[in-house]
Design a protein around this ligand. Sequence first.
Ligand code: KE4
Length: 424
Amino acid sequence: MTISSEWFAAARRRIPGGVNSPVRAFRGVGGEPFFVESAKGCRLHTVDGRSLVDFVGTWGPAILGHAAEPVIEAVRAQALRGLGFGTPNPLEVEMADTICRMVPSVEKVRMVNSGTEATMSCLRLARGFTGRSKILKFEGCYHGHVDSLLVKAGSGALTHGHPDSAGVPEELARLTITVPFNDPEALQSAFTANPGGFAAVILEPVPANAGLYLPEPGFLGTVQSLCRAAGTLLIFDEVMTGFRLAPGGAQEIYGIHPDLTALGKVIGGGLPVGAFGGRADIMNHLSPDGPVYQAGTLSGNPLALAAGLAQLRALEAGDGWNALEKAGAAFEESVRSAISGLPLTFQRIGSMFCLYFHEGPVRNLADAIRSDRERFARFFHGCLADGVYFAPSQFEAGFLSLAHGSGDLELAAGVVRKNLREIF
Ligand code: KE4
């Protein structure tokens, strides 16, 4: 019985599944989760005294690494000034100005407290602005646990085998149409079959909740063209890719300006923050200026914004994205060498990656779910036993941070090579 096991037994008595978010329960790989006592740089320190090289990074926010100095200092200083006011505060203006500067498609922005709130608010705003009810999403994309978006969803919903969650009324789910990602013909057909039009099409521009696969050349442009022709709003869910793939996120890389964007993770510096924004003429429909209601007690919380602003400033000061690309390329080279000749596919963009136990290529959900989950689980646990922590599901992406040094990456690549040799 490890100390983590004791904590997990206690957790299961009071917390459903012993976790506050399903993917943490290790159901996708078997076994029990470890409990973390502290984290610093690219490492987690468990209650069992283990130190693990962490490629999850609290699912994206820890882009500087855990407990990065500038973020800790900003939180410490702000905490002494108070944790929350429930009134406007200057940090909200600084964050709004920063987001609009870094993501030019965002002319106005509102802070919320999670990615789910961000996408949920985008949907309600799109429905209020267009007067339409139907939305379209892509199979395998995950946008948080919004009722309308828990239809063929990815991430934990996929991992646990209920991409269409119980509890979502059929009347509501019927308003959500889904098509495969990277399938322009299917998308065109969906628009044709729904002449009344959609309020919005929402997608992860780089889907990273069924592993990680990339939009094929021209696909995002096609999505945008079809939306524009139909008077449908285009929503990019950049909760994961925003401020990580580039200062302006995936939309900067692919040169597509969506009508609305959902954001989160990196802008919270590890504390609970989400945001949504876009065209001013759409955002002005939000209460108190407009008829679409949206609110949040802790939205714009000064402590969380102090953390997020410090993280963004540190990224900009050191051109963190260039360093992340270099680290990603080096890691990719090592992993590709380790998987050479094996029925595996490694896919990467910037500091996000996925090793599929599938010959590949992986272009969409249908490809991803053909991965060998049993071998993935053995790989996951083998690497964990050797001190390297990858996401506990084949249907999650891995993340590098600025704290992953060459030594850490070489160690991890060696562990990958060793465990693959034992499996194949
Ligand atoms: P949250 O509500 O969990 O803050 O964000 C939801 C969300 C929205 N959009 C995208 C693209 C996301 O990736 C997420 C959340 N990501 C997962 C990881 N795949 C969070 C991990 C978890 O559910 O515990």
